[in-house]
Design a protein around this ligand. Structure first.
Ligand SMILES: [Zn+2]
Length: 270
């Protein structure tokens, strides 16, 4: 299957290709759930609309240079009632502030320069993967991903290994950067990985922003983590193994049937 911008996020593409987000959507340690992941792939479940995803798309459209087109094609960005009627909704007015912060920082513009939204596919761990690089600068030896985040700091509890971690680890951004670096390396036949960068802008008012880079050690570690989980993910996705329900996510709560009465002390803390 040949990928382009209009079919990259389609169900068909998700069925054919593995991606960073699909891989993590199978893993409870990244907030994933096998049952929900399969329901999405089978077209039985869609995550409810979330305005913060749309803010992400808005800021990405700016990076791609297509913001005016994006605004014209998405009338839902504008308030239809209230004193704001006809104006951008508050969230997108704030997104403009986020963009302004990025536009006014020369190092950010340098990190985000190059080719935009570059789609690549390659075989990894015996299956085809798809990636989309927000900004691609092979001559400079780097690529960059643009992220909108609630905030920069904060600690997140990892239930699997019982430690606090930062948001980069918590959301598996290290995994994403490693997969992107490896796919790019295979596609180009490059000997070394490009250095992954992440430009983060927060939804705070005023927004904070940062440029973060990742090294070869974390790429290696992260690919190792993917390798540890990929056989199970492949088995579930191919339908050979029944997906496990997490009983915590939106999908599981929506489709839950109680099959056992719990003792009061069994309720988990995290
Ligand atoms: Zn679940």
């Amino acid at each position: 299957m040949e990928l382009n911008k209009s079919n990259y996020f389609s169900l068909e593409a998700d069925r054919h290709y593995m991606s960073n987000s699909q891989f993590k959507s199978f893993l409870p340690s990244y907030g994933g759930c096998e049952a929900q992941a399969m329901a999405k792939i089978n077209g039985e479940y869609e995550r409810p609309y979330n305005i913060s995803f749309e803010v992400g798309h808005y800021v990405h459209a700016w990076n791609e240079g297509t913001l005016e087109e994006f605004k014209a094609n998405n009338p839902n960005l504008y308030a239809s009632t209230g004193k704001n009627a006809g104006q951008l909704k508050k969230d997108f007015q704030h997104a403009n502030k986020m963009i302004e912060i990025l536009e006014n920082d020369p190092l950010v513009l340098k990190a985000l320069a190059g080719q935009k939204e570059v789609i690549m596919t390659a075989e990894l761990f015996g299956i085809p993967w798809k990636v989309m690089l927000d900004s691609y600068q092979p001559d400079t030896g780097m690529f960059a991903d643009l992220k909108t985040s609630k905030e920069m700091g904060g600690k997140f509890w990892n239930t699997e290994i019982g430690v606090y971690e930062n948001f980069i680890y918590h959301y598996g951004y290290t995994i994403q950067m490693a997969i992107y670096a490896e796919v790019e390396k295979r596609v180009t036949g490059r000997k070394e990985w490009l250095l992954p960068h992440m430009v983060v802008v927060t939804k705070q008012d005023p927004p904070d922003h940062e440029i973060i880079y990742f090294d070869y050690d974390v790429i290696e570690q992260s690919l190792h983590i993917v390798g540890k989980h990929i056989e199970r993910v492949k088995a579930v996705k191919s339908g050979n193994v029944e997906p496990a329900r997490c009983e915590k996510c939106d999908y599981c709560r929506l489709t839950k049937k109680i099959n056992r009465i719990k003792h009061f002390s069994e309720l988990s803390l995290y």
